[in-house]
Design a protein around this ligand. Sequence first.
Ligand code: ZN
Ligand code: ZN
Length: 503
Amino acid sequence: MLLSDGGRVRSDRDFVFFNAPRHVSQAVTLDPEPDPGTARLSVSLPRTESEVERIVVTGSVPDSFAAVQGLILTVFDHNRPVAWFEIAEAEPVRAMMFGEFYRRESGWRFRAVGQGWASGLAGIVTEFGVRVDDPGEVERPVPPPAPMLPPNPERPDWHPDPEGPGLRWWDGQAWTATTRPAVSGDARHCSRCGRSRRWRLFGGPALCRDCTEEIEAYLSGWRGRAERVLRTGGPRGDDWEGLWTALRYQRIDAAAGAGALKPLAHDHVERLVAFAFADGSIEQSEMDEFDAAITALALDGPLIEDLRRRMGRGRMLTRLRGGELPILGATGLHLDPAEQLHLNVPAIHIRQLARGPKLTEGRLICSNKKLRFTGPDTGTEMPWARVVSVTTTSGRVAVSATSARGGAVFEVADPDHVAATMEGALRVAKRLALSPGRRDTRSISQEIKAQVWQRDGGKCVECGDSHYLEFDHIIPLSRGGATSAANLQILCRACNRAKGANI
Ligand SMILES: [Zn+2]
Ligand SMILES: [Zn+2]
């Protein structure tokens, strides 16, 4: 309260409290968000109007000052404490007058008082001339107690200390003994260590130079640890969480960690995709692992979209091969009553005749019963019972069969898609289990994959590219090449295609 020479406020506007935290003269301001366990009032003596003779500092608590431990009144000059008073034995009252600034000769002095007021805060302020209609209106509402559990209790982090000012480290299960001061987030202080700085450029780093250097040094070691975690367990599990917990403990932004990790993260995902494709099929678990890795590593951009498309297509082809086939509308086609249409695409039927290849344009139609090709004036059909295998060679789909003609070769826009659909239809028609033979010959053990990847440095051995990598059999399986580390190498898609064309 700002009191004039009668010892009373001139009006209610001379009462500064939580509902009116700043005096019109700006001489007295109540900090609306003081540190926990404190109250803070700023007084600008030069701004104080000449009629104001005294500034009385009072306060109240919901129950009793006798229950308040370590009640201390501190007077600061700017940021330096110049005097403090320990109010050792507070009376069991709800309101107290702590002290006052008063004019003496040409300056101001401060006097500590520490006097309890039985009639509460409303009693004190009324005594100095403030009109109070409802005593409740001058009492600050009881603030909720500091939560004993932090907001995400399973996540170790710094949180406001429930036992005092500053922050305390929560280890994911309990509060630890480790504390640190809270840091003010303004532009003149380093957002990590809180040291004050002379100036900061707009848009410049929020960190002081010491912190920037400390973080850089820490991250270079952290990156090595992250690389081991990615190689052994991937971006999940306790070791992975531990990496980010360590960053939080060091008060390093997760974004800085993600930035330091980016090249490693890209390599990890390229490896994940190459490993998944090594056996030619993409299982749902591999798809899920890929999605989880992209999310955990916070990756995006065209290379990642490219990998996502590749995985999506791989998964789609795998599902087709496994017999999960679409059922298409059969408008204009004459199908048997129980026949379901799975494929209907333009195709060129290639027949090798004595005088050279004969090409017939038409449509390739695949149902659950049979395979059909219909040309302008010809047509062939082959029930699945007679088909032995479907393969793609040199961008064409080859069907071998036990029929008199022995099979057929088709040129289509998307041979992998057509072959996968035919394989699926064949598998369903013959009630085959999911390609046991195929997986046995093509699948490469995790150990061999890791060995080859390590040896070739996760790069194409031909051109050194590190995107879109594939495991290549140096001597192809079809020519008796073994699935051994010695007969495997890493090639990028382009080099693998070029090699395929030359064989
Ligand atoms: Zn700093
Ligand atoms: Zn290459």
